[in-house]
Design a protein around this ligand. Structure first.
Ligand code: GCV
Length: 874
């Protein structure tokens, strides 16, 4: 009794404490929560002196005032310059030099660089927060705020400079308000063919971007709307630029190369036609009238159905240059995407290889681009898979600036329904040394323009970093609170790619969840291991994410990658698996790397296990460097990955009461979902390998699920058995559905030993309806739940498959041998045209299937009593 009272009291207290601090996540990492030890910062003067008068200066000052007052619990004021006082002086470096003697040692502070130093003005302390420009000053202010928020000491004298001039984000927003590969609601910029009336979120987003040093934002989809350059759109888009301006974020647009024809009504869009060049010049001049600080254009052409210069026998250089020429007088740039490939490849051609496309299309053009053209290269040669080698194009373009394209929206990595911290993956990419010319040329140095000599102007435009982000109207921007670490980390890496993943996550966690050591160490550990865990349960050895390539790219759908023109092939045959990309016998892709790296990948002796199946075709029983066979490694890593995902739930539960209730509950639900979906992945990949290879799991797990009751093989009233397609996404390839309005029942006599069990129901949650389930033991209901798809997936998928398979677990149910277990399912027989609570906006363009039955027929795959496989990572 006493124990119960204590627990109840503790629960009440923790609920009271945490709900008092309920948070939506809208503030992201800029929460400015009170710090544990404000005395540590008592030497910070409360007077902020602002020397400049631009919108950026004012944004910096009010941010500093707001943040410091909130975190330190005392009032900070902003004043105009008054010497001979203790003060924080927020200034550009030239004004600082005019007022104080500033020693000249150390790197110069110019442009976006900044310096924070404690100086003395007679008896007075001056904390200089100084930038090369107002923008540098803004970055300095955010840095100072971050030091305080993460409980770190203030520097005596610190200088920082960004690694590269281009630090942009791309948003794949469409003018109708949808977002391609957006997983957090509708566009913050557009609605119904126009720029939104209320752009508050656009301004807030620019503030977030600026806080991590991002200086550019492309607001529309690279699959650009043809009306984006219509004359009436200019002034609308200018309103977004107005929101960005105080934060030093410059707006850019994706453009469709056919615009001179479609919008301009010219007979052609041939880039070498003088009328086309004139059209672009006039259009660009018009844009600059509306947006004087316009940053430039992003171009996707000759790719995935977009038209391009190939239509006229012209090259990407011809197309990029006509735009660059128009932008040059205004100091604008062209980001021309290297993502040019043929998606109608011939599957039967063993030499065909999508991975070759970037290099094959661009290498010969090196040196032919105008200086303000930057080639935007996806980090891998395919498409943001959970593991890919780096694109060989990076080493091939030695006279052309390049920017690396990363993807914060987790298109192939769990779509912000799985926690996957991408920074370790991006670090792996950026640190990859391509050994161009036999010397050290890591990707990060190539994109920063440090590795190759680029003539004249091009050196100044040295590229940098781009990430697709796709924030949406969802209050916390990206849906999964943990996904915000990827946006934060992207900005940090673009500023300084030498930061470690550990440093980045440690700061993010402190800023996002506070400085409690248990909270910080738990979240850091979970995030740092999450990429590896995801890779472990979604596809081994560089094979690519084994997702449904032809659908929404979320759950497993293994063979969808094969036998079609998209070229995301892994050639899983009877004799073995993997793409042979060798020079000797394969597609020759490996030969696109500089010789040292090519030799390393070509030889099976030296090719990393992590990339084996990307580079080579090997038998299933091929022995890896680890000593394990390919197939056994696959089984083991998939069990390990799923067990790691399961461990997130218990680790998170230990933080109850230490983080606010709102985010605690949301994350608990997401982790619970992820643990269940990781099992769907694990079983789909393992069952598929098992069937194709014919080789058993040495540990006897694959295909043996002693605790599982298949829905299609137990007594049923009303339910009918259906085949699931693809077969590997349901246990035994089958599920049951109920078309009876009153409901259907599955019944099983239990033979388990007496005890307390977790009972999992594996069902399909279609988002197009809400079925209801009731689980009963001996006629008594122990739990009811609704298949209401309030969590995954982000897109409508009206099919039973790897995207919709979902697990509900009832914990601690007492069972005796001979008990009767029943599962009653009540279908939702309404025919929905779109998902309840979700409109067409968040649908993927190719994820929707208007042809299929959209009713949710309370579908069930299996019921499982007790654990399936190891429950903790070994
Ligand atoms: C914006 C992949 C994605 C597409 C995306 C394309 C690109 O194919 O699935 O949604 O289109 O890459 O980066 O252009």
């Amino acid at each position: 009794m006493l124990r119960h009272l204590r627990i109840a009291a503790a629960l009440l207290l923790s609920t009271a404490l945490s709900s008092a601090h309920a948070e939506t996540g809208a503030e992201a990492w800029l929460r400015y929560a009170p710090v544990p030890n404000p005395a540590r910062y008592s030497s910070l003067p409360s007077r902020i002196i602002l020397t400049g008068d631009t919108p950026v200066d004012h944004a910096a000052a009010s941010e500093l005032q707001r943040g410091l007052s909130s975190m330190l619990g005392r009032r900070f004021t902003v004043e105009s310059f008054r010497p001979a006082e203790d003060a924080i002086v927020l200034t550009d470096i030239s004004a600082l030099k005019r007022s104080f003697v500033v020693e000249q040692s150390g790197p110069a502070i110019e442009g976006d660089s900044f310096r924070i130093a404690t100086l003395h003005n007679g008896p007075h302390t001056v904390v200089a927060v100084a930038g090369g420009t107002a923008q540098g000053e803004l970055y300095a202010a955010f840095h100072l705020l971050e030091l305080v928020a993460s409980d770190r000491p203030l520097p005596k004298d610190e200088r920082q400079s960004p690694s590269a001039p281009i630090r942009w984000v791309n948003e794949w927003d469409n003018m109708d308000g949808t977002i391609e590969r957006g997983y957090a609601g509708r566009s913050i910029f557009f609605d119904n063919g126009h720029v939104r009336a209320d752009l508050t979120r656009a301004g807030q987003y620019a503030r977030l971007l600026a806080s991590v040093g991002i200086n550019g934002c492309t607001v529309n989809n690279v699959n650009a709307s043809l009306t984006m350059l219509a004359p009436e759109t200019n002034n609308e888009v200018a309103r977004i630029a107005d929101q960005f301006r105080p934060w030093g974020v410059r707006l850019s647009l994706s453009v469709d190369l056919s615009s001179p024809q479609t919008i301009g009504k010219l007979a052609t869009f041939d880039p070498l036609d003088p009328a086309v060049a004139r059209w672009w010049q006039t259009k660009v001049d018009e844009i600059y009238k509306a947006i004087p600080d316009f940053a430039g254009f992003v171009v996707k052409a000759d790719s995935e159905g977009r038209v391009g210069p190939s239509q006229y026998g012209r090259t990407p250089a011809d197309a990029a240059n006509v735009l660059a020429h128009a932008l040059a007088p205004h100091k604008g740039v062209v980001l021309y995407r290297g993502f040019v490939y043929n998606h109608h490849l011939d599957w039967n051609d063993k030499k065909a290889d999508r991975a070759r496309a970037g290099y094959d299309n661009f290498r010969a053009l090196d040196g032919k681009f105008l200086p303000n053209v930057i080639i935007q290269v996806k980090h891998g040669p395919i498409d943001f898979q959970a593991r890919e080698p780096v694109s060989p194009l990076f080493a091939a373009l030695q006279q052309t600036p390049q920017a690396i394209e990363l993807q914060t929206p987790q298109e192939y990595t769990g779509q912000q329904r799985h926690m996957v911290f991408l920074i370790p993956m991006w670090k792996w990419v950026l640190d990859t040394d391509l050994r161009a010319g036999g010397r050290s040329t890591p990707v990060k140095e190539i994109v920063e323009g440090k590795s190759f000599h680029q003539p004249g102007e091009a050196q100044k435009n040295a590229g940098g970093y781009i990430s697709v982000v796709n924030v949406g109207l969802e209050e916390n921007w990206l849906y999964h609170p943990m996904a915000l670490a990827n946006l934060y980390g992207y900005g940090k890496l673009a500023w300084n790619p030498d930061l470690s993943s550990e440093q980045i996550i440690d700061s993010w966690t402190r800023l996002t969840f506070g400085n409690n050591p248990e909270v910080v160490s738990t979240i850091n550990k979970l995030q740092l291991g999450s990429w590896q865990a995801y890779e472990n349960y979604t596809g081994p050895l560089g094979i690519g994410t084994l997702t449904n390539i032809l659908g929404v790219h979320f759950g497993p759908g293994i063979e969808s990658a094969e036998h079609n023109g998209w070229g995301q092939w892994f050639r899983g045959e009877k004799d073995g698996i993997g793409m042979d990309r060798s020079i000797a016998t394969g597609t020759g892709y490996i030969g696109q790397y500089p010789p040292e790296l090519a030799a390393r990948y070509e030889s099976l002796k030296t090719c990393l296990d992590d990339l084996l199946l990307f580079m080579h075709h090997v038998p299933y029983n091929y022995k890896l460097h680890s000593g394990e066979t390919v197939v056994q490694h696959t089984y083991d890593t998939h069990y390990l990955g799923a067990a790691t995902a399961a461990s997130y739930v218990s680790a998170w539960q230990r933080l109850h009461g230490l983080v606010d209730e709102q985010r605690y509950t949301q994350i608990l639900a997401l982790f619970t979902y992820q643990a269940g979906h990781a099992i769907v992945w694990r079983d789909a990949v393992n069952d598929w390998f098992h069937r194709v290879s014919g080789i058993d799991d040495s540990q006897g797990r694959v295909g043996h699920h002693p605790n599982r009751i298949e829905a299609e093989s137990i007594t049923s009233e009303g339910y009918t058995s259906v085949d699931v397609d693809p077969w590997e996404t349901a246990s035994g390839g089958k599920a049951v559905v109920c078309k009876v309005a009153a409901g259907c029942t599955l019944t099983s006599k239990l033979t388990q030993a007496a005890g307390t069990y977790d009972i999992a129901v594996q069902y399909f949650d279609l988002r197009t309806g809400v079925s209801h389930f009731d689980l009963l033991i001996n006629g008594r209901s122990v739990v009811t739940f609704a298949a209401d798809a309030s969590l995954p997936p982000a897109v409508v998928r009206p099919l039973l498959d790897g995207q919709t398979s979902t697990r509900y677990t009832a914990h601690g149910i007492s069972i005796h041998p001979g008990d009767t277990l029943e599962l009653r399912g009540k279908p939702d027989l309404t025919v929905h045209t779109s998902a309840p609570g979700q409109d067409a906006a968040s649908r993927s363009p190719n994820g929707d299937r208007p042809d299929v039955d959209r009713r949710e027929l309370a579908p069930v795959d299996y019921i499982e009593l007790g654990p399936d496989g190891p429950i903790t990572p070994q």
